[in-house]
Design a protein around this ligand. Structure first.
Ligand SMILES: Nc1ncnc2c1ncn2[C@@H]1O[C@H](COP(=O)(O)OP(=O)(O)OP(=O)(O)O)[C@@H](O)[C@H]1O
Ligand SMILES: [Mg+2]
Length: 510
């Protein structure tokens, strides 16, 4: 047999980046042998067997002789089963069973079943976005239609089987394009059964939730059991505005990397259990996957029973809480995932839950209380903008009232949140929580008396520079909710009390 060479294009996974991979196939005479090279991981090595079976079962010919497939560039680690289709097509082209004119303008992704069927692989969305930037046509498994449709369907062809791809290349039979209707689009998250109207009393906590929603601030509820902390936290997504197109695509791309699906345009709400490992939380593993904090990108990460999470997990949150992304160092290179989540957490003030409670006596020793609160480290707590104690007093007042006025619904609160959010975006392009130093200077100027108050509180409570900035951002949100241009001392005082309400003096004071 004459020596023949053919190349096809595909993409590897590197966080949300999808660097191009060139698949080179070389077929020559000699003893039958099939080698696969180019810094490949185990799953790719198994491609050989799948590709061989898929080609034979598709009524095509698996070439005799010596086959070498190289995945380039050689220094890029390649994992997963997504190269199967590109490898099979390269071999078919190298053995003269395919016309190659169109190959340079086409990218191929998908795992092959032994029968020749095409299976969906994780990370398709990031790859499709990159292919589109390069102006190339992409062929993807038909099973990934929902994901492909998110991009509008143009320049994408769906194939259910290897033979369909062969027919498309040889006979110019057009592949079906994803239909846009496949993507589920929604405005704001549906409120459903989790409406704020069901939460009785807790005026301060409800207010804090509204402020957090309006400015994107991180929030911690502390208080005795059964006062509605978990209930309140679960109602945060229902207060948030709908996602923008870019946010929705980024979120969907992260979920696609993890191999899962989401309802498109719905803000994620992730509530990992406190037994979660560091890898599950921030991402990682041999073949790195995004963790909970990235799955919560542009949405909410809810950590219930905060002190029960392991120390390394909590410490790993410090970097992403500030930068909105996480880097996972691997031997060969560092993978970055977006992680711009909003943290909402809940905890009891002590092991028995009643420290600081007016009615029930706490059964813990001061040492036990101290140790419990120490589990949430100072540096982590410093990054939480709002710390609100949820007491049974707030609850009781509402219950004993002769005719309690009905609580506001999520829809009403969301209306106010939306107005404040639109104002922030028009002014600075980002939510107040994401204002940088320049943003703070331009948009968070304080009136002189407010400035004096901030300096006094800073000295009195020994607030860090980060905490002082956070108070200014929250004060900005309070002014926005009130529809006011200037940050007055009342806004600042309210922001301070929302930050400093850290238990009854048991070490949570910032
Ligand atoms: N403020 C409230 N208004 C209405 N129902 C409430 C309120 N607080 C608690 N409940 C009722 O009590 C149940 C438990 O509340 P929730 O789980 O929110 O308490 P929690 O503060 O998170 O307690 P824990 O500290 O034990 O986790 C709720 O499902 C609800 O039925
Ligand atoms: Mg709870």
């Amino acid at each position: 047999m004459a020596m023949r060479l053919a190349t096809t294009l595909s993409r590897a996974q590197l966080g949300l980046k999808a660097p191009e991979v060139v698949v080179e196939a070389h077929v020559s005479g000699g003893l039958p042998q099939f080698t696969l090279i180019g810094l490949i991981e185990t799953a790719v090595r198994e491609s050989r067997d799948r590709v061989r079976a898929a080609i034979s079962h598709s009524g095509l010919e698996f070439p005799d002789g010596r086959i070498t497939v190289n995945l380039a560039p050689a220094d890029l680690p390649k994992g997963g089963s997504g190269f199967d289709l590109a490898i099979a097509i390269a071999i078919l082209a190298a053995s003269g069973q395919l016309r190659r004119e169109r190959l340079p303008g086409i990218e191929l992704y998908g795992e092959l079943a032994l029968s020749g069927g095409l299976r969906r692989v994780p990370g398709l969305l990031a790859a499709l976005m990159a292919a589109r930037r390069c102006g190339r046509f992409a062929i993807v498994p038909a099973a990934a239609e929902g994901e492909a449709a998110l991009l509008g369907g143009e320049g994408i062809g769906l194939a259910g089987e290897l033979v369909e791809v062969v027919r498309c290349l040889n006979e110019r039979v057009a592949l079906r394009a994803p239909t846009a209707g496949t993507a589920v689009r929604g405005a704001a998250n549906p409120i459903g059964s989790e409406d704020l109207a069901e939460v009785r009393g807790q005026a301060q906590a409800r207010h804090a939730l509204e402020v957090a929603a309006a400015g994107g601030h991180h929030l911690l509820f502390t208080g005795p059991p059964g006062t509605g902390k978990t209930m309140l936290a679960r109602r945060l997504p229902g207060l948030l505005p709908g996602m923008t197109e870019t946010e929705a695509l980024e979120s969907a791309a992260v979920h696609s990397l993890a191999g899962g699906t989401t309802v498109f345009r719905q803000r994620p709400f992730r509530a990992p259990h406190h037994t979660a490992s560091t890898a599950a939380m921030v991402g990682g593993g041999g073949n790195p996957r995004p963790g909970e904090i990235s799955l919560a990108h542009h949405g909410v990460l809810f950590l219930d029973e905060l002190p029960e999470f392991s120390r390394p997990v909590l410490e790993a949150l410090r970097e992403p809480l500030e930068t909105g992304q996480v880097s996972i160092a691997r031997a060969l290179r560092t993978v970055e995932y977006p992680a711009a989540f909003q943290l909402v957490a809940a905890m009891n003030p002590c092991p028995c839950g009643f420290a600081g409670d007016q009615a029930e006596a706490c059964r813990c020793t001061p040492e036990q209380v101290r140790r419990y609160q120490m589990k949430v480290s100072g540096p982590l707590l410093d990054r939480v903008d709002l710390v609100v104690s949820v007491s049974r007093v707030g609850l009781g007042a509402a219950q004993s009232g002769s005719a309690p006025s009905p609580a506001e619904s999520s829809a009403v609160v969301r209306g106010r949140v939306l107005a404040a959010v639109n104002w922030q975006l028009a002014r600075a392009g980002v939510l107040n929580a994401r204002l940088d130093a320049a943003g703070l200077r331009d948009y968070c100027q304080l009136q002189p008396d407010a400035q004096a108050l901030l300096e006094m509180a800073g000295n009195r409570f020994a607030l860090s520079a980060r905490a002082l900035d956070s108070v200014r951002r929250v004060a900005r949100t309070l002014a926005d909710l009130a529809g006011e241009e200037c940050i007055r001392s009342a806004h600042l005082a309210a922001a301070l009390s929302l930050r400093a309400d850290r238990g009854k003096g048991e070490g949570l004071i910032g």
